[in-house]
Design a binder for this molecule. Sequence first.
Ligand code: TRP
Length: 465
Amino acid sequence: MVKVDVHINYVHAQWSSRWVFVLAATGSAVGLGNIWKFPYMVGQGGGGAFVLVYLVCVVLIGIPIMMSEVLLGRRARRSPVNTMRILAHDEGASPAWQFVGWLGMATGFLILSFYSVVAGWTLAYVFRTAGGVFALQNPERIKALFGVFVTDPHTVLAWHTLFMVMTTIIVARGVQAGLEKAVKFMMPVLFILLLALVFYSMGSGGFDAAFKFLFKTDFSKLTPVVILGAMGQAFFSLSLGMGAILIYGSYLPQQSSIAGSTIMIVSADTVVALLAGLAVFPIVFANGLEPASGPSLIFETLPIAFGQMPGGVFWGTLFFVLLVFAAWTSAISLIEPAVAWLTETRGLGRMLSAVLTGGFAWLLGILTIMSFSDWAFSFRFLGVAKTNGFFDIFDLVTTNITLPLGGILIALFAGWKIQREHSREELQLRSHAGFQIWLFVTRFVSPVLVGMLLLYLLFGQYFNA
Ligand code: TRP
């Protein structure tokens, strides 16, 4: 079977080694999703029940779908849209499969638009922490400071703009140039700092309560909304369902093991999320904060911890700097599929492609900024009150609908449309049983699980009556 499409003669670069791929994909996965979103989702989802479902989803849905994305990307070595188009052609499937790529690009813009706003909050907190704003302040005051900050659209816009410029520059220069080095250094340091923070939290007096909250499963809290949220969070945190991992896979050298790399990426992402929970919740409980307070959670808890810790100005600043880096290495993967598509099919240079995509996501971000101030509106989603307008809509639509939908289609395509000989050849699994397990889970388990939840989302209101 011919893998090369005659209409396209642009061929992308490759990572210099498999390790760089693992690092870049881990950089994409580990981000605000782990340290900002995971704790507040756990808080709103009632603790252990959410964590348990999350872990089940990571294993049964996350691992097979990540393998599928890498497999597809490496086989076609093109942007998600063209990867789906070329592979569908080669395998005799409908050209309509390229819809998955389009859905992914749209999803990437929506996510990046609010992701960059939150990353902008993080940038601002680097400077506020460094300036000693939080030193020895009481929890009430720290909470109030955040409230004043997010409701000031001009300030937030400036930080959002800065972050988007940073992201666009990296994407324009090419992911390989410069970024690899930064990730290599930053990811281990982030990990160590997180451990240090967990250590601090252990002494805060709230550790036992936090541990129970995270790991004691109260099955009465296991509502469909919590399950849906946990599944969406697994997609979000692992960067799955929109082609980010697919495009990174398309730069992966040919002989590298897909299964081994996937296990490493998934493990690192999961460990960082759990560590973030163990760092944040002790502070929540020791200071009488509200675990379900939502997106503001870490901007209230972490400054409290750093405000009281010896050397807190230094450690706090460093922590937010690293969080910015974690967000940065994730943000680039959100527009890389669109940039690769523009360079492939429109013949635009990386520079122009990056500016166009970054600019578009920047514009969309204004909706999120305004959702925390003048344009705030509230609505109900499956019976849960949401108060931050467009931010909540973009988050819910991507995390709960388009990422799982993209994921299910990727699994179905990789499992059913790609001939077995081809997927086996690409995955290069040493054991036959390993391949059979991947095929079974990808064909049946992940699509059925995700499909059931999506159906609930569509028709759930009729069960709740
Ligand atoms: N996974 C990243 C995080 O946890 C966010 C992210 C990057 C992402 N690329 C993605 C989410 C693609 C969904 C799809 O912060």
